[in-house]
Design a protein. Structure first.
Lengths: 339, 329
């Protein structure tokens, strides 16, 4: 038994693009290390722009993709091993919430059929009566009344309500981990907070941990305990969300933070927008070097080390160690302090 | 430049009429960035269709007036809503949401530019137009090679930039942008918004931005209109709206925004907007409003000017209520 609920160790995923012979490899995940504590439930935000590999990570966690190398351990056991949880036992442990609530549910089926099917298919309920009780219970836990839901079709709900139903469906097997891939990006800003607050409430009530995948830094800051910033398949900075977002070390985190349209703080400088560059994925050195305002020659030559900033925090960057190769701990006087 | 007076436009459906835009009055001025905010289904896209003169059944104008003023050859020319279509691209243009596949997938980008040039435009020669387009893209710091590309070869951010370039190429007096950055990453979003504002500064024309993200409005707009259930509930200078929001809905919207570095608990707005098929009497926000009073459920609040240029439709600002509140304080 291990101390971690979830452990990703050197997870790498490569996709082939192009033809059989002349195609190239795209490294969507590059040696990703992430952990979630077992003792108390937590919310880990995975933040990055499109093409950073965050959805690939979600798909691997849901066993929809096999990693090319590396392993994912749940309770100390590799999820792709025979000794680990199999089939529906696994999905009783991990449940997804998807991005677009309008596409999650078929327009031609009443939404509650999905809830019944989940309860029956995962063996949570043995018969229809039990399933009905279970569905009423989970809907109540997300603040909905089963009598207002039963028999209705998706077009009769707003996006926020559908996403709540989606969350309720995920709760049916009482999972220990919920993987939510951009759960609020399709929802109006005014209703987002309702869903995000629901996550916080469920975390306490059902002791469930979340992997919250998003590109919205402000909700990530609001909801999460820990945060991992991804760029082109690498986790470039990770640690407690409060420290990382108020005091970023990696230049990419700085760039992301300066791009958030915040009320009360006007934008100042011009940014160069990124384009999807295959070259960036394949770069042997730092993948952010081409856009980084602090880049030095060494950044373009060798891959930066994962530098330990504090016991809980690390960043994949040469800047905190003054561009010295081989150094992986930061000088004590440079440790950032939260203002 | 555009003036709407008590405009009502409904969609006709078998179940009845959807009152998507119901009694909207405001004007759009020269050389400004106007934002329109509201949640989905509040009628902001319908309002934009009206501004663009894109009237097609089942949408029709029920009452109210619409006036546009165009800079013609010999002074200002007055236009009605049905004349606008003739001046698309030149006088008024529309930048749609790029993630909605609006670019024709089997036509190269340069041909999409040719299609946008009106038949009565002074230049019809394709080589000259191509040079102009290439020059314009360079001005916007976009790679000229994209002209030869098909839409699927471009990233989401690049597609949106092309749409901005397409919409502004003929230097229209009014540019309407519908959710120009929704579904894009924050870094790309900032790039596109700065590009739009930079263009507006350079051309000194009018930009109307529709978005549900108040953060975006704070960053770029000069004036902001908040829409709720087919009506504009608050309109004023952006600074004033964020520092002194007058309508409870606006206050709740601003309160719901999470901020990096601020850990206080935020709540969303509970409940849902009313059906526009049979909207309630009185104030349409009454069912979700924390300050609701008796009169809110029966009398529709008037859209009045509280401070210079700052309008609101709410009974809390009725003379007698405001007076008693002032006395209580």
């Amino acid at each position: 038994m291990s101390n971690y609920l979830l452990e990703c160790r050197n997870v790498t995923k490569e996709f082939r693009i192009g033809g059989m012979i002349f195609g190239t490899k795209l490294r969507a995940l590059d040696n990703v290390d992430l952990t979630l504590d077992k003792d108390k439930p937590s919310i880990l935000s995975v933040v990055g722009e499109s093409g950073s590999g965050k959805t690939t990570l979600a798909k691997i966690l849901l066993k929809l993709h096999h990693p090319t190398s590396g392993e994912i351990l749940i309770d100390g056991k590799n999820i792709f091993d025979k000794s680990s949880l199999q089939g529906r036992d696994y999905y009783r442990f991990v449940q997804p919430i998807f991005q677009n609530p309008f596409e999650t549910f078929s327009a031609r089926k009443p939404v509650d059929t999905y809830l019944f099917d989940t309860a029956l298919a995962l063996g949570v309920a043995r018969n229809k009566q039990e399933a009905r009780d279970k569905v009423a219970e989970v809907l109540a836990s997300v603040g909905l009344d089963v009598n207002n839901i039963a028999g209705k079709y998706p077009n009769q709900f707003s996006g926020g309500e559908l996403q709540r139903i989606s969350v309720a469906r995920g709760l049916i097997p009482r999972p220990k981990l919920i993987v939510a891939d951009e759960p609020v990006s399709m929802i109006d800003a005014s209703l987002r907070m309702n869903i995000v607050n629901l996550f916080l409430e469920l975390k306490e009530k059902f002791q469930v941990s979340f992997i919250y995948i998003t590109h919205d830094l402000s909700t990530a800051y609001y909801v999460s305990d820990a945060i991992a910033i991804m760029y082109r398949g690498n986790v470039v900075e990770q640690g407690p969300s409060d420290e990382i977002l108020t005091n970023p070390v990696h230049p990419y985190t700085e760039l992301l933070l300066s791009s958030v349209p915040t009320v009360g703080k006007k934008w100042v400088q011009e940014v160069k927008a990124p384009e999807m560059e295959l070259k960036e994925y394949q770069a042997a050195a730092c993948k952010f070097a081409a856009r980084c305002p602090y880049a030095q020659p060494i950044c373009r030559e060798t891959k930066p080390p994962m530098v330990t900033i504090s016991p809980e925090r690390e960043a994949l960057c040469y800047k905190p160690v003054d561009y010295q190769p081989g150094v992986t701990t930061i000088a004590p006087e440079k440790i950032p302090t939260t203002p | 430049m555009l003036k709407l007076t008590d405009l009502r436009a409904y969609y006709k459906t078998p179940k009845g009429e959807i009152q998507a835009v119901d009694g909207v009055s405001f004007d759009i001025r020269e050389n400004e960035i106007l934002g329109i905010a509201g949640e989905s289904g509040c009628g902001k896209s319908t309002l934009l269709k009206l501004l663009y003169g894109y009237l097609q059944p089942p949408l029709r104008i029920v009452s109210g007036s619409f006036e546009a003023e165009m800079q013609g050859d010999g002074g200002k020319v007055r236009l009605g809503i049905e004349d606008l279509r003739k001046h698309w691209w030149k006088f008024i243009s529309y930048v749609p949401q790029g993630s909605m596949s609006v670019l024709n997938p089997v036509v190269r980008i340069e041909n999409q530019f040719f299609d946008a040039v009106p038949k009565d435009y002074e230049i019809q020669d394709r080589t000259i137009i191509r040079d102009r387009v290439a020059g314009y893209l360079k001005e916007l710091e976009l790679p000229v090679e994209v002209l030869k590309a098909y839409p699927h070869q471009l990233s989401g951010g690049m597609k949106q930039r092309i749409l901005v370039a397409l919409g502004t190429f003929l230097h229209p007096e009014i540019v309407l942008a519908d959710e120009p950055t929704t579904a894009l990453d924050v870094v790309v979003q900032k790039g596109i918004l700065l590009m739009l504002t930079e263009l507006q500064k350079r051309m000194k024309n009018t930009l109307v931005i529709v978005s549900h993200d108040l953060g975006v409005h704070y960053q770029v707009t000069h004036r902001l209109a908040i829409m709720y259930a087919g009506k504009i509930v608050e309109l004023g200078p952006t600074e004033a709206i964020f520092s002194r929001p007058l309508h409870p809905y606006t206050q709740m919207l601003i309160q719901a925004l999470p901020r990096v570095g601020d850990q206080s608990v935020r709540s969303g707005i509970s409940g849902r907007p009313p059906s526009l098929l049979r909207p309630p009497e009185g104030c349409r926000f009454a069912a979700r409003c924390p300050f609701v009073m008796d009169r809110c459920r029966t009398i529709e609040p008037a859209f009045v000017e509280i401070e210079p240029d700052h309008f609101v439709a709410c009974h809390l600002h009725d003379a007698d209520i405001a007076l008693s509140k002032g006395a209580a304080l």
